[in-house]
Design a protein around this ligand. Structure first.
Ligand SMILES: C[S@@+](CC[C@H](N)C(=O)[O-])C[C@H]1O[C@@H](n2cnc3c(N)ncnc32)[C@H](O)[C@@H]1O
Length: 263
C-alpha cells in the first residue's frame, strides 16, 4: 500500500506514542492477511495503522485494561475497519480460550507488565502461533537519566534520606534493554532483536517543565510519590525546574523487543 493511500497514518503531532510506534514498525514484519493481537492499545496507536495494513483479509484484536480507552478507541473507529476490534482485557491475565495470532504487538507496554514482566511476556508468547512474531516497545532504563541524576543529587544535598531511598527503588524497578533480551532468550524466541533508539523530549524551564504533558502525567509523578510531604515535593521540584540546563537535553530510550516463536 503506498504511503499516500494511507487513511490511518500514525498521528503526526504525537511526540511520544508515535515515535515509539515508528520504532515498533521498523521491526514488525507487517503484511496483508495477518492476525494481530495488540496489547495496551490505548486509543489505537498503532492499532488503526496495523488494521489498515493487514486489510480485510486480516484481523486485529486491540486490547486495553482501561474501559475508558477502549470506549475512546471505539468512538474513533465508528463503523470503519470492521476487521479491527477493541476489547477490554488485562494483558497479565488473558482469557485461557483466547485464540492465537501471527503477531503480538504492544507499543509503550512492557513497563505496565508489573509485577512479573517475565510471566506477562510468557503469557503473550502463548498467544503466538508457531512462526509468529512478538514486538514490544517501552522507555528503557536510561530514559531521562540526566534528570534522575539531578534529582538524586538534590535529594542528597538536602538530606532527603527517605525520599532518596524510595527514589532509588523506583529507578531500579524500571526495565532495561538487557532485561528484555534475557526474557526473550529464556522464553526461547528466535531471531531476537533488542534495539534502543534515542528520542529527545523538549521542554522549557519552570512551569513548562513542571506541567509538561508527558512528564507530569507520569515520569515526574513518580518523583512526587517519593515524598510524604507533597508541599515539600512541590518546592523541591520547583527548584529543580528553575535550571533545566543542568539536565537537558532530556533523552528517552525507545527500546524495541522483537523475537519469533520457533516452528
Ligand atoms: C502509554 S499507553 C500506550 C497506549 C498506546 N499503545 C499508544 O502507543 O499510545 C499504555 C496503555 O496501557 C494500558 N495498560 C496499563 N496496564 C495494562 C494492563 N495490565 N493490561 C492492558 N493494558 C494496560 C493503559 O490503560 C494505557 O492505555
Amino acid at each position: 500500500m503506498s504511503r499516500q493511500a494511507l487513511r490511518w497514518p500514525l498521528p503526526k503531532h504525537d511526540y511520544w506514542s508515535t515515535p515509539f510506534a515508528e520504532s515498533l514498525l521498523q521491526h514488525l514484519d507487517l503484511r496483508p492477511g495477518l492476525r494481530i493481537f495488540d496489547v495496551a492499545s490505548g486509543h489505537g496507536i498503532p492499532a488503526f495503522y496495523l488494521a489498515e495494513q493487514v486489510g480485510p483479509t486480516g484481523k486485529v484484536l486491540a486490547t486495553d485494561v482501561s474501559a475508558g480507552q477502549v470506549a475512546r478507541a471505539r468512538a474513533i473507529q465508528g463503523s470503519q475497519l470492521p476487521w479491527l476490534r477493541f476489547e477490554c482485557m488485562d494483558m497479565r491475565s488473558l482469557p485461557p480460550d483466547l485464540q492465537t495470532f501471527n503477531r503480538v504487538t504492544g507499543n509503550l507496554s512492557v513497563m505496565f507488565f508489573r509485577p512479573n514482566r517475565f510471566e506477562a511476556i510468557r503469557g503473550l508468547i502463548e498467544r503466538l502461533s508457531p512462526g509468529g512474531q512478538l514486538v514490544l516497545t517501552f522507555p528503557s532504563y536510561g530514559t531521562f537519566d540526566s534528570l534522575w541524576q539531578r534529582v538524586d543529587q538534590a535529594m542528597l544535598g538536602q538530606n532527603l534520606t527517605g525520599e532518596r531511598e524510595r527514589f532509588q527503588i523506583y529507578l531500579n524497578e524500571r526495565p532495561s534493554a538487557q532485561d528484555g533480551r534475557t526474557w526473550l532468550e529464556k522464553l526461547d524466541l528466535d531471531r531476537i532483536e533488542v534495539v534502543e533508539y534515542p528520542l529527545e523530549v523538549e521542554t522549557g524551564p519552570g512551569h513548562e517543565f513542571l506541567h509538561h504533558p508527558l512528564l507530569r502525567g507520569g515520569f515526574l509523578d513518580d518523583v512526587y510519590e517519593c515524598f510524604e510531604d507533597q508541599s515539600l515535593a512541590g518546592r523541591f521540584m520547583a527548584d529543580i525546574a528553575q535550571d533545566i540546563t543542568r539536565f537537558t537535553p532530556l533523552i528517552a530510550q525507545r527500546c524495541v523487543l522483537s523475537g519469533w516463536k520457533k516452528i
